[in-house]
Design a protein. Sequence first.
Lengths: 182, 121
Amino acid sequence: MRELSLHILDLAQNSLTAGASRLDILVAIDHGRDEIVITLSDNGKGMTPDFVQRVVSPFTTTRTTRKVGLGIPMFKANAELTGGSFAIESEPGLGTTLKAVFVLSSIDRPPLGDLAATMISLVVSNPAFHFHLDYSVDGTSFVFDTKEIMGVLDGVPLDTPEVVSWMGEYLKEGMEALHGGA
Amino acid sequence: MKSIKDLEAIRQRTLEEVNLRNDRHGIRVVVGMGTCGISAGARPVMMEFVEEIKRRGVQDAMVTQTGCIGVCRLEPMVEVYMPGQEKVTYVLMTPEKVARVVGEHLINGNPVTEYTIGAAE
């Protein structure tokens, strides 16, 4: 994966497959601590402690088309390559949380990439799903919450073209504003 | 600066159009977005379908995603379901190929044969 935002797009699929109805995506950039922390937290069916142990192996997957699953192992490897860390917490019936810490200044850290495109891809494909993005830079947050948007739209689906364009610009502007860009 | 308040105006503008969409006869564009598809470039392909469908004003099409379709070496793959026609599978897709698929297949009903899995295999 060339971008951290592509990992997020990939790993979100696991939450959807796990029957979740809500996924919280936290991206916290902290220059003081020199790290980006990415946390994905869902309310899907969760994993047993035994499966959590095995899921970081490329030879563990729930898919049926082949016997390898590279989503979590590549995410973990990328985080550790930068000198960061990776952890999974999961409770059967309650959900799963993945947390990866990337060292910001590491030369091996992939760029965050187009996080707005990741969010739009997710929302367009799953217009009734509750995505909650919290993107923060040095403690100041931008929040994008599809349930809030659905509330205002009151029946207009999120995959309506005009709504999709609005969301794309809203995401871009909201995130760029935190980087001090005019 | 965009604000949540804009959505109220969008809601009023699009409500009528949404009622039209509810009886859409259902073109479905399904982008393979497993780990293989995403790392091969599925996300820009999907974004281009969303953009081009809006640009050409195709009213009754939805773009959605699925996991690994099973032929990872031919990713990004896109399946197009047109009402009353057989499914067409496009392989090795790029954002540049999207305009032809939307124009010739989604709008005019003629699959772009040279981009299909039949032509690649």
